[in-house]
Design a protein around this ligand. Structure first.
Ligand code: FAD
Ligand code: SF4
Length: 474
């Protein structure tokens, strides 16, 4: 096929649940490509010799390589190419911000002068991963190396830890994963909702770890149940990986934030996702029935919380963000889906204080209007409040989704573990080793709140660092 013929192929749309219906159910919104659509979309790839799309992929997947196989209908082969560098394609195909990564650099999008017409790399990735999973052939084929008799403790079970544990197990080490919650998966199970990432997919990835011989201890809070240094000094582990994420919610610091009916997005989503509060008959988790909900923030977490509020029965959901939509850090697809489902976006507005009734419950939200000023350190134009622009939103629930900080427990209970001023663990950028020999770290606990694919990349680098460290130890 010539480039001109490829350019003439229409981008394949993603089939989706109807917006009105899905806003009231927890089923996945995007339904996935058919094999025909996946082949057709993959065949749009121009096989550019310079592979610009790969520059945008944090783990440098051979994108034209896997698309060529998918275009030929060799989905198994396509998955094998992805698996060389990425452990969780069914997850990344669903949640990576492709429009800011691979697809942003895609020549097809540039030629058609529209990033939305770039080759839909993520959708094809998702299709090949699902195709193999449905046929029971998705497990990574690399068999573990001969046993080294070295023991590695992996703390946390999010994407950084899953990747590190898998790579260490494949290197022949005996790996035990310690997770504070009763279920493994980190943000993939407690934060990102079922309607974006079915939990069955994460469960199968965890089963894959078990098949590699990884032992799993849940309900185990490192720093409380056992201290980090005990692993090395008393329990016979030779190395430790810390992937405890950025699960500490930030608040606005405004009046009324302690009223009943104000939640951190973390608590709100954890109750709904991990504790299954949405299934009221089937689970015991108590839930607050917000009728009119304001979600504060503009990232993926804010989108998830606002869309979850609809699914939990809210009649009205506002998303309050102090900049304009152009500055929103959320994935574009999530913004689009939230709007379609009926979330009302209030841009260039922000909460000033939460109003309460005589029972100490939320009775409204006083907001201020904003305008954009000069760019700040992040390069985004900073919002400036307009004096005297106060107005009140009639809400009974406020969900604060203005960011997360690193979990402080392990640094606070581990002497000699260096952290920066934001509380992130400091590591050697080549090996991910911390200030304590034998202790490695990666993912959000090092980067601050980031992305799934970056966390996976960190887990992989740390595993390589652990292998090298253990080899030198002899
Ligand atoms: P996490 O996934 O946070 O996992 C850390 C794990 O460590 C948790 O299971 C935690 O319980 C456990 N833990 C913490 N402390 C201890 C302890 N002391 N002992 C034992 N276990 C402990 N990224 C994207 O790329 N796309 C998205 O669409 C996206 N949406 C998001 C939506 C939400 C609601 C949130 C919160 C984040 C989202 N992100 C998204 C960000 C992404 O999920 C994270 O960057 C990623 O999960 C970080 O992985 P991690 O392995 O470092 O940590
Ligand atoms: Fe294919 Fe786009 Fe990558 Fe070129 S940039 S190889 S068209 S996916």
């Amino acid at each position: 096929m010539t480039a001109k013929e490829k350019m003439a192929i229409e981008p394949q749309p993603m089939p989706e649940q109807n917006a009105k219906a899905r806003a009231r159910n927890m089923n996945e919104v995007a339904l996935g490509y058919s094999a025909e659509a996946a082949k057709r979309e993959a065949s749009r790839c121009l096989q550019c010799p310079a592979k610009p799309c790969m520059q945008g992929c944090p783990v440098a997947i051979d994108i034209p390589g896997f698309l060529a196989k998918a275009a030929d209908g060799d989905f198994e082969g396509a998955l094998a190419v992805i698996r060389r560098t990425s452990l969780l394609p069914a997850v990344c195909g669903r949640v990576c911000p492709q429009e800011k990564q691979c697809q942003k650099f895609c020549t097809m999008g540039k030629l058609l002068k529209d990033v939305d017409k770039a080759v839909a790399i993520g959708r094809v990735e998702r299709f090949v991963a699902d195709w193999a999973r449905e046929r029971g052939t998705a497990a990574a084929s690399t068999a573990p190396a001969p046993a080294t008799r070295r023991r590695v403790a992996v703390v946390g079970s999010g994407p950084a830890s899953i990747t590190c544990a898998a790579d260490c197990a494949r290197a022949g080490h005996e790996v035990t994963m310690f997770e504070a919650f009763h279920k493994c998966g980190g943000v993939l199970v407690y934060g990102i909702p079922e309607f974006r990432l079915p939990k069955e997919i994460v469960r199968q990835e965890i089963d894959g770890l078990k098949a590699l011989g990884v032992k799993i201890e849940t309900n185990f809070v490192v720093g409380r149940t056992r201290r980090l240094r005990d692993f090395l000094d008393k329990d016979g582990f030779d190395a430790v990986f810390v992937g405890t994420g950025a699960g500490l919610p930030k608040f606005m610091g405004i009046e009324g934030e302690n009223l009943v009916g104000v939640f951190s997005a973390n608590e709100y989503l954890t109750r709904a996702n991990l504790m299954k509060a949405y299934d009221e008959g089937g689970h015991d988790t108590p839930f607050w029935h917000g009728r009119r909900v304001a979600v504060l923030g503009g990232g993926n977490v804010a989108m998830d919380a606002s869309r979850m509020a609809l699914r939990l029965g809210a009649e009205k959901v506002y998303l309050v963000y102090r900049r304009s939509e152009a500055e929103m850090p959320a994935r574009r697809e999530e913004v689009h889906h939230a709007k379609e489902e009926g979330v009302e976006f209030l841009m260039l507005q922000n909460a000033k204080r939460v109003l309460g009734d005589d029972q100490g419950r939320v009775a409204g939200l006083e907001c201020l209007k904003y305008e954009l000023g000069e760019p700040d350190a992040s390069g985004r134009r900073s919002p400036v409040a307009i004096a005297g622009s106060e107005f009140t939103l009639d809400v009974d629930t406020v969900v604060v989704a203005v960011g997360n900080a690193s979990n402080p427990l392990i640094p606070a209970t581990t002497d000699g573990l260096e952290v920066n001023r934001r509380g992130n663990i400091v590591v050697d950028p080549e090996t991910n080793m911390t200030s304590i020999p034998g202790v490695f770290a990666g993912g959000d606990i090092v980067l601050g709140a980031a992305t799934v694919i970056l966390a996976m990349g960190e887990g992989r680098r740390a595993a390589a660092g652990i292998n090298e460290y253990l080899a030198k130890k002899g």
